[in-house]
Each structure stands twice: as structure tokens, then as C-alpha cells.
Design a protein around this ligand. Sequence first.
Ligand SMILES: [Zn+2]
Length: 189
Amino acid sequence: MPDHNQTAPGELEVVRRFINSWSIPNDTREETDALPELARAPELWRKEFPQQSRSRTDTLGKLQRLRADLRSACQAEAAREQTLNEWFSSAALSLKTQRVGSATKLFIESSEASFVGYLVAVVANAIASGEWSRLKTCPDCQWAFYDHTRNGSKRWCGMTKGGPTGRACGTIAKVTAYRIREAMKPGIA
Ligand SMILES: [Zn+2]
């Protein structure tokens, strides 16, 4: 698996793209929010998120709140469980069994036909499957990525500039750490 593959499996990729609708692009380094424009233009929305249309309850403010809470949850901040739980109860999640081949599988779904309900159900299913903990945000540029490493130890969005997004956050952090270590070394008398 190449190091710069950031794509999340299945529908979790929709959540990742949604979180990244707020970003700090590498070229401008300015916070950019694509949601207001997407929310204004239904055809743009359908192109970006064809899985689920917006309902009247999916206001821009609500979508931005959900995005901020999901981003915080990805950063594994303490006390974020309660925030997720609140979204789960507001989306009225319920369990449904479905036959997949010879096995009976359990799915979580929202009784709300809304984009928020859809996303929250995807997050709940990802927590149940263990995939959620691999959706992370870069401590430097804040970009959300899926950690494909075997031991789930990836911290930065990309370690090389060669990736499709051309970022080098991990490299920058490593160089900074190296310089700090070097600077702290006692001088030779
Ligand atoms: Zn980064």
C-alpha cells in the first residue's frame, strides 16, 4: 500500500471528504471552507456527495457543527465521546440485520433521511468495525486521512512531497525535531 494512499474504505470515505471540506491548502496556507458554496449549489453538492442528498434539516450551521465535532473526534481529543453520543441520539440510530451470504450482519442506520443522519450512521458503523480509529487528522495541516499502516501508527498526512497532495508535514516535523535536538546538545569545550 503506498504511503500516500489516504482513502478510507467504503462509505467512511464520504466522512473523510466531508471533514476535508474545511482545509488549509498547501499553496495558500489559508483556512478554506467549501461547505457554504456546496450548500448553495445543489448540483455541486450532488457531484461531491452523490450518496445522500440534503434534506431541509441539513442547515449549513448544523453541517458545520457536525464537521467540527467529527474533526475533533478524529483528533482523539478527550471528552469527545459525549459529543458523538449526542449526534447519535439526535440522528435516531437503530439496528438492522441483513443477510450477507451465509452470515447475518448487523448494521446501524438512521431513521432520518438526511445527510447528517446518513453521515452519523456511517461513523457509528465505522466505530463498530474498528475503522474509525484509523481516520485521523494531520497535527500540522489538519488534513483528514485514513491510516493504512499495519500497526496504525501514522501521524502526519504524508511523509513525502511526492504524494498527490504534495504535502510534507511529517518531514517538516522531523526536521524541526532534529534541529531542536541538535541545538540542545551540549557544546564541545
Ligand atoms: Zn499534513
